[in-house]
Design a protein around this ligand. Structure first.
Ligand code: ATP
Ligand code: MG
Length: 431
C-alpha cells in the first residue's frame, strides 16, 4: 500500500464515523506541484481522544500538541505506515515566542489561518474525485493562486505571524529556495524587520532548518536569501555579511555532505572573502579556530558534524601550504584521512589549477602498489611475535615501516620486518 493509500484509508474510516477529515499542509502543496510528498498529514474535526478510540493502535505524539500517530498495515518492508492525524485547531498566545500557550479545537477554515504560508494552508478531500482524480482542493487563504504564481506569502498579517514564531522566517527561506519561489514583498519586508528576533528561537530549531537548507541542492539559493534578508547574522550568531556572491557554496556538488556545505559557506563569508582573491592559507586556519566553535553553538552541530567541518578546513590548509613539501607517504596519509574528498572539492573551486593537479596526482597514487591506504604489512602483534617487548618505540617503528610501505621501499612483511631491525632504539633483538 502506498503512503497516500494509507492516509486515504484513515480518512475513509474517520468519515464513516461521521467526522470531517482532509489531507493537509505540505503533502497538498507538493502534490499540487507534481512533487513527491515526503509524508501525508491528515487534519480532522475528531478530537485526539476520538481518533485513539477509532484507531486503538495509535498513540499521541509527544512533540506537537494533540497530534495522533495512526498506524496502518502495509508499510515498507512489511512494517506499518505511520500517519499523523491532527485535530483542526486555533492557536492562542505565544508568550515564549515559540509555541502557542494553548490550542482550541476548531474547523478547517480556522485551522488554515494558523498555518504559516498560504501554500502550506491548503487541504485536499481525496474522496471527492469528481473533478480531479487527486481529489477536491479546499482553499480558504487564496493559496492556489500563490502556488500558481510561485509565491511564499504569510497567512494573515505577516508582522504578527513572525512575531508569534520567528522560525517561520527560516521556513520561508527554505521553501523559497527548495521550490524556486519568490517571497512576496510584504512577507519579505516583515522577515527583514523581525530578522533580529531570531535570537529568541531555540538553536536546535534553527540548526535543524539550516541543516535542511544546506542538505538540499538549492543550498546556495537558500544562503543567498538569508544574506539578502539579513537573517545570516542572527542564524549564525555573527555580524551580517550583506548580500554577497557565494561562489564556494554555488560550486558544491549536489549531494555534498553537510560539513562540506558548511565549510563552503564559511569560506564565502570570511571577511576578506578569500575565495575571490589570492587566498592565504593562514586565513582558513584562523577562520576555522575562530568560527567553528561559534557555528557549533549557533546551529547545535553534533560532535561528528563539528569534527568533519574542522577536518575539511584543516585539510584545505595542508593541501594549499604543505602538500608541495611532502613526500609520497605523507601525501597518502592525508589522502586517506576523513573528509579528504570534500576538502579536495573545495580546493578545486578555490584554486582550480591546484585542484586539477591534486586530482591528477590522486589518480596516480591510487594506481601505485597497494593504493592510498593499504593494510600495513607489520602490526604491533607481529613485533611481539618477533620477540620485541612492547614499548614507546613500537609506534615509531610501525610508522616508519608503514611510510616505507606507502613509498614502495618495502614490498612485503619480511622486507618491512628486516627494515625495522635496522632502526635505532632496539633494546631486545629478536632471536
Ligand atoms: P516539509 O516537506 O519540509 O515537511 P511541510 O510543509 O510538511 O514541509 P512541516 O514542518 O512538516 O512542513 O509542517 C506541516 C504543516 O504544518 C505545514 O505545511 C504548515 O501548514 C504547518 N506548520 C509547520 N510549522 C509551522 C509553523 N512554525 N507555523 C505555522 N504553521 C506551521
Ligand atoms: Mg511535512
Amino acid at each position: 500500500m502506498s503512503p497516500r493509500d494509507a492516509a486515504i484509508k484513515i480518512i475513509r474510516a474517520l468519515r464513516d464515523a461521521g467526522h470531517e477529515a482532509l489531507l493537509a499542509g505540505g503533502c497538498v502543496r507538493d502534490e499540487l506541484l507534481g512533487l513527491h510528498p515526503k509524508d501525508y498529514d491528515i487534519a480532522t474535526d475528531a478530537t485526539p481522544k476520538r481518533v485513539i478510540e477509532l484507531f486503538p493502535k495509535s498513540r499521541e505524539q509527544g512533540k506537537a500538541f494533540a497530534v495522533v500517530q495512526v498506524r496502518v498495515k502495509g508499510g515498507p518492508g512489511g512494517g506499518n505506515h505511520a500517519v499523523e492525524v491532527a485535530t483542526f485547531r486555533a492557536e492562542h498566545g505565544y508568550s515564549d515566542r515559540r509555541r502557542p500557550d494553548s490550542v482550541t479545537f476548531t474547523d478547517a477554515r480556522a485551522d488554515a489561518q494558523r498555518r504559516d504560508f498560504t501554500i502550506n494552508a491548503l487541504f485536499i478531500d481525496p474522496l471527492d474525485t469528481r473533478e480531479r482524480p487527486h481529489g477536491r482542493v479546499i482553499d480558504y487563504v487564496a493559496g492556489l493562486g500563490d502556488l500558481k504564481s510561485r509565491v511564499i506569502r504569510a497567512v494573515g498579517d505577516p508582522d504578527e505571524r513572525f512575531r508569534e514564531d520567528d522560525l517561520r522566517a527560516l521556513r520561508a527561506v527554505r521553501f523559497a529556495a527548495r521550490l524556486g519561489f519568490e517571497i512576496e514583498p510584504r512577507t519579505a519586508e516583515a522577515i527583514r524587520r523581525h530578522a533580529g528576533d531570531l535570537v529568541g528561537v531555540s538553536r536546535e530549531r534553527i540548526g535543524d532548518e539550516v541543516r535542511r537548507m544546506l542538505n538540499h541542492p538549492h543550498r546556495a539559493r537558500a544562503a543567498r536569501l538569508l544574506h539578502i534578508l539579513s537573517l545570516d547574522g542572527p542564524t549564525l550568531k555573527e555580524p551580517c555579511r550583506g548580500d554577497r556572491s557565494l561562489p564556494m557554496l554555488e560550486g558544491v556538488a549536489e549531494n555534498a555532505p553537510l560539513a562540506e556545505a558548511l565549510a563552503a559557506w564559511m569560506l564565502d563569508r570570511a571577511p576578506d572573502n578569500p575565495s575571490l582573491g589570492p587566498a592565504e592559507p593562514i586565513d582558513i586556519a584562523s577562520a576555522s579556530a575562530r568560527t567553528v566553535p561559534g557555528w557549533r553553538e549557533a546551529l547545535c552541530l553534533s560532535n561528528d558534524e563539528r569534527t568533519d567541518l574542522r577536518a575539511i578546513l584543516d585539510t584545505i590548509v595542508r593541501m594549499e601550504s604543505d602538500w608541495p613539501k611532502w613526500g609520497v607517504a605523507r601525501r597518502k596519509r592525508l589522502a586517506a584521512a576523513p573528509m579528504f574528498r570534500s576538502a579536495l572539492s573545495l580546493v578545486s573551486i578555490r584554486k582550480p589549477a591546484l585542484g586539477a593537479s591534486l586530482n591528477a596526482e590522486m589518480e596516480s597514487l591510487e594506481r601505485s602498489p597497494g593504493g592510498i591506504a593499504p593494510e600495513p604489512f607489520v602490526t604491533g602483534d607481529d613485533l611481539v611475535a618477533e620477540g620485541y617487548s612492547p614499548g614507546p618505540k613500537f609506534a615509531q617503528w610501525l610508522d616508519a615501516a608503514y611510510d616505507a610501505q606507502l613509498e614502495g621501499r618495502v614490498a612485503s612483511k619480511a622486507e618491512a620486518l628486516a627494515m625495522i631491525r635496522t632502526l635505532p632504539g632496539q633494546t631486545t633483538k629478536p632471536a
